[in-house]
Design a protein around this ligand. Sequence first.
Ligand code: UD1
Length: 427
Amino acid sequence: MDKIRIIGGNPLSGTIRISGAKNAMLPLMAASLLSDKTLILKNAPLLDDVMQMGSLLEQLGVSLTVDASGATRAVHLKAEKITTTTASYDIVRKMRASILVLGPLVARCGYAKVSLPGGCAIGVRPVDLHVKGLMAMGTEIELEDGYINARAPSGLKGADYTFPLVSVTGTENLLMAACLAKGTTILRNVAREPEITDLAHCLNSMGARISGIETDTLVIEGVTLLHEATYTVLPDRIETGTYAIAAAITGGEIQLIDTDFDLLPGFTSALELIGVKLARIANGILVTAPAGRPQATDIITAPFPGFATDLQAQIMALLTIAKGQSCITETIWENRFMHVPELMRMNADIQVEGSRALVTGVKSLKGAQVMATDLRASVSLVLAGLAAKGETVISRVYHLDRGYENLEAKLSACGAQIERVKVDEAA
Ligand code: UD1
């Protein structure tokens, strides 16, 4: 397993191009199952999770090609014939977002057998809302041997479904399914993350009839067929936020390009309170670190437009060196503080009480050997390592490849001393 070695302390300066959003790409790829025509996704991030979704779709009969001829890569997907409606445990267990094939398969084929994703490092992560929503649309569902068996042989029916709590992939699954249902579906209390807006726009460009986009109620008039489309994936707001913190935590200045300031309202207002300067520039954001130490502030994670849980670990890394005490409350996932003991190995002062972490700022972090536990926790250790005095070695970095394209190259180009160390398994 590879490690990442960082010598911290260099203020970063330069330009980073932000990739297409992983969490938009995954549902957009699943949407290709709804039609027998080609869906071309431009600005595609080529990440391990995207490859994983590609393998799952190929198993279901989708043909997939990557076109690297343009400025950014495009993925071409064509589900001319679906050859199986079963998504096996072997593939679903590796990536929870595999559940996104459930709605499209039932909508297009009338059947689906999808493994339950099972537990995951950041919490229990149930999928009951995906199941209940599909049942409201006329699907018969049995849970058997760890699989969701879904049947709607005469097709899905429009329904009026209210999510009891906001779910991102739950909204995406039902939104895709509703596009091919008979009649009108109303989905209430839906998630409003920009990735959902992206999916809705892409589906409309394939011929779907979705209104209420960006609000908490989506209205979908079912159609019988969807057609080919070419769609550009939106910028990755979590990658944007991560590199903004890289500038802030190292006392540097970075231009983030091919991204959009407005994708991160909860995050940008928190950074401004911390003293980070953010300016809109053509096609992106200029991030300038505070002149002295950052200011402490309180953070509460929340669904969009609130502070994204996927940036909680990264902002915690920044707040470890702030002046004063910050309280971070995690409201989305019940076990998302696994980076805390690792940050404490680097001299951070953090106390966890249930869903709250009290972070007392220290003057500086110290390099240490630490271990990555999940995708965003891993990158928070990279950020801490960039600011820390001395050497930090992070093991289990395969998590990073699930969600960050060319991380070391992007940071090195801004002056970071970071390298991937191949570890000989036999050593
Ligand atoms: C998505 C993101 C993930 C992010 C999360 C919250 C993708 C591929 N992943 O995950 O990076 O951290 O949104 O912004 O887009 N819940 C239920 N029952 C369900 C579904 C969810 O109880 O059927 C609960 C979850 O346990 C959690 C909360 O709802 O407490 C939010 O989960 P959800 O929005 O569904 O997260 P994901 O879509 O899995």
